[in-house]
Write a protein that binds this ligand. Structure first.
Ligand SMILES: *Cc1c(COP(=O)(O)O)cnc(C)c1O
Ligand SMILES: [Zn+2]
Length: 441
C-alpha cells in the first residue's frame, strides 16, 4: 500500500456508513490550516458515504465520488446572493465546503453577452454567449474547477497540486498554484498548441510533456497521484474539482434575472461540465431560486473525437474509447471519465448532441467573432458550429432562448486559425497608398 492509499484509508474510516459527519471531515488535514472544511463524499453509483479526503474513487464499487448536497436550511435567498462579491464564491453554499475559501477568490461571474446575430442564425428567439474566454485568471472555464480544487488541496494540507491536461487545465493549475505559493506538477500530451504551453510555463510549474494523447497522460496521472501524495485536481481531487463547473449554471440563471433559458449548448471533453450544468440547474430549482423546466442540454464535440456524441446518437450507456484526431485539442479526450453522466444529462433534459468537422469549427470561430466580437478557441468554435448543426436538424424552436457556453480564449490556439487568414497588405507610410486601398476595398 502506498502512503497516500494508507492515509486515504485512515480518512475514510466508515466506508459503507452514511455520509461522514462534518466534525469528522473537519479534522482532516493539518490542524494549522484554517477554517475551510471540504464536505464529505458520496459514491455516485452505490451511494456509499466517505469522509472528506483527496480521493475520487469509491472503495466499495470503484464508482466516482461527489460531494454531498448542501444542508437546505443553510441556503441563501436571491437577495442575499446578489449582495455578495461577483465570483463563484457568491454561491458558496453549493460549493463543496463549509467555511470561507481563501484562495482564488476572483474567479467566476464572467459576462453573459446578448447575441442577436447568433439567435438569427439559429432561428431562435434569443441567444446569449456565456463568455468564459475572459475567465480569471487564465482565460478558460477551467479556472472555476481549479478554484474549488485548489481550496480543497489547501484544506487537506497538500502543498503540491497537479493535473493531466489538454491545455487549459494546465494553464489554470499553473497560474493558481503559483499565486497560492504551491508547487505544481503538470502533465500534458507532447503535442499541444504553443500558446497553451507558454501560458503554462510562464508560471514556472514542473511541466512534463508525455509522448501520447490525453488518455495516456491521464492514465499516468492516476498512478502519479497514488505514488507522491499530490493533489491531482482532476484525478484524486475530482470530486471537489467538478463542483466548480456548476457555477456556470448558477451565473446563467442569475444573469438572466433568475429565469432559466430553454436550452444550453456546451462543449464536452471528459463530460464533467455538461453533467455539472444539469446538477447546477437542478440545485437552483430545488432551492426555489428559479422555476420551470430545466434547460435542455446539448453537447458539442469535434467529429475527430466524439465518443459522447456517439453514445447519445446510439442510445448507449458504455463509453467506446476513440483515438482523437482533431485540432480541437482542449476537448480531445478519447475515453471520457464522465461520459455516461454527460449522456444522462443530455437525455434526461431532452437535449441532443452534435459533432462537427475541423473546418466547420474554424468557421464557428469566425462566425462568433463577426457576430459578437468574441475570439474563442477551437472548443468554442465546435460549440458554435454544433449549435448551427443542431439548428439545421430542427432541434430548436423559434421561441427557444439558448445559451452557448464559450469556454476558452482564441489567443491560445492561434495555429489552426492563422493558416486560414489572408495576409494583410503592407504599405509605405503614405496617404496615397491608404487611398488606393480604400478605393479597392
Ligand atoms: C476542459 C474543457 C471543456 C470541457 O471539459 P469537460 O471535461 O467536459 O468538463 C470545454 N471547453 C474547454 C475549452 C475546455 O478546456
Ligand atoms: Zn460506490
Amino acid at each position: 500500500m502506498t502512503t497516500l492509499d494508507a492515509s486515504l484509508k485512515a480518512h475514510s474510516r466508515n466506508g459503507s456508513s452514511r455520509s461522514a459527519d462534518r466534525s469528522d471531515s473537519a479534522s482532516i488535514g493539518s490542524s494549522a490550516i484554517a477554517q475551510l472544511r471540504p464536505r464529505a463524499l458520496r459514491c455516485k453509483l452505490c451511494g456509499a458515504g466517505f469522509a472528506a479526503a483527496p480521493t475520487a474513487v469509491c472503495e466499495e464499487c470503484l464508482g466516482p465520488l461527489e460531494a454531498v448536497d448542501p444542508d437546505p436550511s443553510t441556503l441563501p435567498t436571491r437577495a442575499e446572493i446578489s449582495r455578495r462579491p461577483h465570483s463563484i464564491w457568491r454561491y458558496k453554499e453549493w460549493l463543496p465546503f463549509d467555511g470561507e475559501a481563501t484562495l482564488s477568490l476572483d474567479t467566476g461571474f464572467t459576462p453573459l453577452v446578448d447575441a442577436p446575430g447568433i439567435a438569427r442564425r439559429l432561428g431562435v428567439a434569443r441567444c446569449w454567449i456565456k463568455n468564459d474566454s475572459v475567465s480569471h485568471p487564465s482565460l478558460s472555464f477551467k479556472d472555476r474547477v481549479v478554484a474549488t480544487a485548489i481550496n480543497a488541496a489547501h484544506s487537506f494540507g497538500l502543498d503540491t497540486v497537479g493535473c493531466a491536461s489538454t491545455g487549459n487545465l494546465a494553464n489554470s493549475v499553473a497560474a493558481q498554484a503559483a499565486r497560492a505559493g504551491m508547487e505544481s506538477w503538470i502533465f500534458i500530451p507532447d503535442s499541444l498548441e504553443r500558446g497553451k504551453i507558454a501560458a503554462t510555463q510562464i508560471f514556472a510549474p514542473h511541466l512534463v510533456r508525455v509522448r501520447g494523447n490525453y488518455d495516456d497522460v491521464n492514465r499516468l496521472c492516476s498512478m502519479v497521484a497514488d505514488q507522491f501524495g499530490w493533489g491531482i485536481v482532476n484525478v484524486n481531487l475530482r470530486a471537489y474539482y467538478g463542483e466548480g463547473s456548476k457555477t456556470i449554471a448558477f451565473e446563467i440563471a442569475e444573469q438572466l434575472g433568475w429565469v432559466l433559458p430553454t436550452a444550453v449548448v456546451a462543449p464536452m471533453a471528459g463530460g464533467s461540465l455538461i453533467s455539472k450544468l444539469q446538477r447546477g440547474f437542478r440545485e437552483f430549482t430545488e432551492a426555489g431560486l428559479v422555476a420551470g423546466a430545466p434547460p435542455r442540454l446539448y453537447g458539442a464535440q469535434a467529429s475527430g473525437c466524439s465518443p459522447i456524441v456517439q453514445m447519445v446518437h446510439d442510445g448507449r450507456d458504455d463509453v467506446r474509447p476513440v483515438v482523437p484526431n482533431t485540432i480541437a485539442r482542449s476537448i480531445a479526450i478519447g475515453n471520457p471519465a464522465d461520459g455516461r453522466f454527460a449522456r444522462a444529462a443530455i437525455t434526461q433534459t431532452g437535449g441532443w448532441a452534435a459533432a462537427v468537422s475541423d473546418s466547420e469549427l474554424i468557421e464557428g470561430i469566425k462566425i462568433l467573432a463577426a457576430d459578437t466580437g468574441i475570439f474563442t478557441e477551437t472548443a468554442g468554435g465546435a460549440t458554435v458550429a454544433s449549435a448551427l448543426a443542431l439548428s439545421r436538424e430542427g432541434r430548436f424552436s423559434p421561441d427557444d432562448e439558448v445559451v452557448l457556453c464559450i469556454t476558452g480564449n482564441g489567443l491560445k490556439t492561434l495555429e489552426p486559425i492563422v493558416e486560414t487568414l489572408d495576409e494583410s497588405p503592407v504599405i509605405d507610410a503614405k496617404l496615397r497608398e491608404v487611398r488606393a486601398l480604400v478605393n479597392a476595398a
